[in-house]
Design a protein around this ligand. Structure first.
Ligand SMILES: Cc1ncc(COP(=O)(O)O)c(C=O)c1O
Length: 472
């Protein structure tokens, strides 16, 4: 895969800002793009001459930056070929870096948007699951559709939300991300266009680019979903990917009028991972698919208990017509052969017990949302962060485009964040960061205090050398 000089320049964004020689700032920013996955491994970079021309700098500067990256192991060169992106042999894999951030109590991790588990409720569900397990032990345990218990529980969860669903319209996956990746593989061919909200969930972007699709981003900031723009893009797309309920990262919830108007020409994967996290009371948003007349454009629903119960369960699902589920069942063995049975049984217990909408858990999240906004008001008053009606994140906007630099220096100040451009394409969202409110209030306040110190340090020219944090 090649990246053009224009695409690279867009991704580089505001690399010129900060102290130090230009070649160092350029190599630092390119390294950040490699490490946070915006420049994929194996990508051929533009020639020194082309990149220099587009950036309006000397070829010597680009050459020096590329040489640093070669020396550090981030670029491979061959005679008469473009330099390609690689990782140094001894580079810490993302998971190792993440474990470091997660286990070092001194570091506050604001890159992961996922609440801790409800311990006692989870214990009780697993105890019941173990009692039910014997009835599965005589079978082989490989079930690519999922257990009958969980498929029924998911169907009832939809019915309670007002969407009639039969268990054979449900296929269980290892989380919502697995569901999106399976759908991308089942529904897309190379060069197909996928309509995405912009910004959107970064791992969905990865799933679609992995399927070699082309992305068709349509803005959802600052005013939300513009029906006309989405309908126009839907005419050019093979598939749409939407997060209508407490959208990640903005937290916005699609208004009913928009849901009714979004009769896209292409099928839509509707990711409802956050739907149970309405924080201001009330029943939460109605399922997007309720507004889809049948027959008509296809709505394929994706769900998960990762945010409403616990990400460590690794349980999600797809709701679709049986013919599509059959296709998915057939392609699934290329990557996995089914979802662990005990986790499925425990999740069925949790869903049947209505544990995805626990009032205590929702009240805690709502209080943390306020604590985060208060801390921002106190320590970073220049930041604009609207209050979402649900979900787990604020989408914060700085007056300056400093997001990637801030993400790079933040670990020096004991806090880890995900830079805004990871939620988009083409280097967009350099003024944004996503801030989850899934940590206790005191940690959120301290995290923001540290972030304010990091932002202040940027004014003094620090560029940072840290690897970016993984996101969820
Ligand atoms: C919109 C959205 N989809 C999918 C996922 C991944 O969910 P899971 O942990 O179930 O794979 C997330 C996690 O943050 C998300 O926000």
């Amino acid at each position: 895969m090649k990246t053009s000089s224009y695409a690279t320049a867009r991704m580089l964004g505001t690399w010129q800002e900060g102290a130090g020689p230009a070649h160092q700032r350029l190599s630092d920013r390119l390294r950040l793009l490699v490490l946070d996955g915006r420049l994929s491994l194996g990508t051929a970079l533009p020639s020194e001459r082309d990149l220099a021309a587009v950036l309006g700098i000397s070829r010597t500067t680009v050459g020096a930056a590329y040489r640093t990256l070669v020396e550090d192991g981030y670029l491979a060169t061959r005679a008469r070929a473009r330099a390609t992106v690689r990782l140094p042999d001894d580079a810490p894999p993302e998971e190792v870096t993440r474990a470091g951030a997660g286990t070092d109590p001194a570091v506050i991790d604001l890159s992961i948007a996922a609440p801790p588990a409800p311990v006692e409720i989870l214990h009780a569900a697993f105890a019941t699951a173990l009692e039910q397990l014997p009835r599965h032990l005589e079978k082989h345990g490989y079930d690519r559709y999922g257990t009958a218990e969980l498929r029924e529980a998911v169907a009832r969860w939809y019915e309670r939300r007002g969407l009639p669903t039969a268990p054979d319209h449900v296929l269980i996956t290892n989380g919502a991300q697995h569901a999106v990746a399976l759908l991308a593989r089942a529904l897309l061919s190379p060069r197909d266009r996928v309509l995405i909200e912009h910004p959107t969930y970064p791992h969905a972007i990865k799933a679609f680019t992995e399927a070699r699709a082309r992305l068709l981003p349509v803005s959802v900031v600052p005013s939300g979903w513009d029906v006309e723009q989405f309908l126009a893009a839907g005419r050019a797309a093979r598939l749409a990917y939407l997060i209508p309920d407490f959208h990640n990262p903005t937290g916005s919830c699609m208004p009913t009028a928009v849901r009714c108007g979004l009769r896209l020409d292409c099928p839509a994967v509707v990711d409802e991972t956050l739907t149970d996290l309405a924080l201001d009371g009330g029943p939460g948003p109605e399922p997007f698919a309720v507004h889809t007349p049948m027959p008509g454009p296809t709505v394929i629903c994706v769900g998960s208990v990762s945010k409403s119960i616990w990400g460590g369960l690794r349980i999600g699902w797809i709701r679709a017509v049986p013919s599509l589920l059959k296709r998915i069942e057939q392609i699934r063995p290329a990557t996995d052969l089914g979802t662990p049975v005990v986790e499925q049984l425990a999740t069925a217990v949790l869903l049947n017990g209505g544990q995805t909408r626990r009032s205590g858990g929702l009240a805690r999240l709502a209080a943390q949302r306020e604590a985060l906004r208060e801390a921002l008001g106190e320590h970073l008053p220049e930041v604009h962060a609207p209050r979402p009606a649900g979900g787990v994140t604020l989408w914060a906007t700085f007056p300056e485009p400093l997001s990637s630099r801030l993400a790079a220096v933040a670990p020096d100040h004991g806090v880890v964040i995900a830079a805004g451009p990871r939620f988009g394409v083409g280097g967009a969202f350099e003024r944004n960061i996503r801030l989850p409110y899934t940590l206790p209030a005191d940690q959120l306040a301290e995290g923001v205090r540290r972030l304010a110190r990091a932002a202040q340090a940027l004014g003094h020219g620090s560029t940072g050398t840290h690897t970016p944090a993984p996101i969820a």
